[in-house]
Design a protein around this ligand. Structure first.
Ligand code: ZN
Length: 122
């Protein structure tokens, strides 16, 4: 079975764009700013609903990535390099293929599920 690496490359590039935007957003954000924006709800404004939705979405990205964003970015770049090297989808530890459904969920995965569980148990 062969892996469609070009499709994963596209996914990884898209994901890298999102992570880089989130990191830039984190660096620019000020603590407590979301609360200020939410208090605007109810104020007379034609587009306050749109502003609130945008602020909430930004906070969700912050929460999802948090301090892991730099780590994810590193792993995405490593996965893109593995595509170039022709080793994408191969477990870095045992050399067995990584399950396709795992790659669907984590396109930057470098370990099969068994080795990932072992690594997390340390
Ligand atoms: Zn493995």
């Amino acid at each position: 079975m062969t892996i469609d690496t070009e499709r994963f490359r596209t996914e990884l590039l898209n994901e890298r764009g999102r992570v880089e935007a989130a990191i830039a957003n984190l660096r620019d954000s000020h603590p407590g700013r979301l609360d200020d924006e939410v208090e605007e709800v109810g104020a007379p404004s034609d587009n306050h609903l749109g502003d609130t939705a945008t602020a909430t979405l930004g906070r969700e990205i912050d929460y999802t990535l948090g301090e892991n964003s730099e780590q994810v970015l590193t792993e995405i770049n490593a996965a893109l390099k593995r595509i170039d090297d022709g080793t994408y989808g191969i477990c870095a530890k045992c050399g067995n293929p990584i399950a396709p459904e795992r790659l669907e969920a984590y396109p930057w995965a470098s370990l099969c599920i068994d080795d990932q569980r072992l690594a997390e148990r340390r």
